[in-house]
Design a protein around this ligand. Structure first.
Ligand code: URA
Length: 295
């Protein structure tokens, strides 16, 4: 196979994996051991039933000891008990959690976090990025959207969600009765992965402490995780997003809801209805009645 053919194949494979990931199928594993031979259905089933190993970058990078969500809080209400039960059911990656380990920085601000990030070279993405995409919006937002990482347009402009997926996200925000400047929008990664490939473990590990600080500094009521990379990173789980999409979870004192990524909706417009239902739950919590027609 020639190099261009190999690259085209890699791109197709990456696209397909992204699609599966969007709809909550995976993670996929490369079979270890001697090369050659097909993966048998039994092996496939066995792999599907496990979640250890290199899995997806996001989930393993955030990996860790039971975090604040899963440590059993004395649940004084039925809702809290249900939440605790749900979180206990999310399998966690092994190793110390980046988010647990991170200490709260008293009086932290977005400006200080941005200054600490500096002209970041903590991971290899710094070599190919045009701009760091730190985040954008209201420092006092009640609602924070977390995506995966900048794409081409975001890399060029230095702003999150300004490409096609971003336009759809803007429509969704407006349909909720808000404007972009009312909310805060950021990503797990601050630099674009080449060809928009899936974030790698070291990249998420280097970048996610800044995301945590952003969330801690803003202290939103609600966090919406857009897509599986954001959801799995924040929740420190390898579990497929399809298993908890649209359900209220907890993230360090905020309510967290995971929903499909707008890029997924561009490819699968039929899923917009489900996302709109998820956003209506957010609106109910924030006391929003919506303004525009739904996207
Ligand atoms: N997709 C993301 O996850 N984030 C962006 O900023 C743009 C597209």
């Amino acid at each position: 196979m020639t190099r261009p053919e190999q690259e085209q194949l890699d791109r197709k494979l990456e696209e397909r994996l992204r699609y599966y990931r969007d709809i909550g199928i995976g993670p996929f594993f490369r079979r270890r051991g001697p090369a050659g031979g097909e993966v048998t259905p039994a092996q496939m089933r066995a792999a599907a039933g496990t979640h250890a190993g290199p899995a997806r970058a996001a989930s393993t990078a955030a990996g860790g000891a039971p975090n604040a969500m899963t440590r059993s809080r004395a649940a004084s209400t039925t809702a809290e008990s249900l939440l605790a039960a749900k979180m206990a059911a999310l399998p966690l990656a092994k190793g110390p959690s980046l988010f647990e380990a991170a200490e709260r920085i008293q009086g932290d601000t977005l400006a200080r976090i941005r200054a600490d990030l500096g002209d970041c070279t903590r991971c290899k993405l710094s070599r190919s990025r045009k701009h760091i995409v730190f985040g954008d919006g209201n420092e006092k937002a009640e609602l924070v959207f977390v995506g995966e990482g900048p794409g081409h347009d975001e890399d060029v402009q230095g702003l999150p969600f300004v490409g096609r997926a971003g336009k759809l996200l803007t429509q969704m925000i407006e349909a909720m009765g808000l404007e972009r400047r009312d909310v805060y929008i950021c990503n797990v990664l601050k630099c674009r992965p080449p060809e928009n490939r899936t974030p790698e473990r070291d990249e998420v590990a280097a970048c996610s402490p800044f995301l945590l600080r952003q969330i801690e500094a803003i202290r939103p009521k609600v966090i919406v995780a857009l897509g599986s990379v954001a959801a799995q990173t924040l929740l420190n789980t390898n579990r497929s997003i399809s298993q908890f999409r649209g359900e209220w979870l907890e993230f360090r004192g905020a309510r967290l809801l995971a929903t499909y990524h707008p890029a997924y909706l561009l490819r699968n417009p039929n899923a917009k209805g489900e996302v709109w239902k998820d956003l209506q739950k957010v609106m109910a919590v924030l006391g929003l009645s919506g303004r525009k027609r739904r996207p």
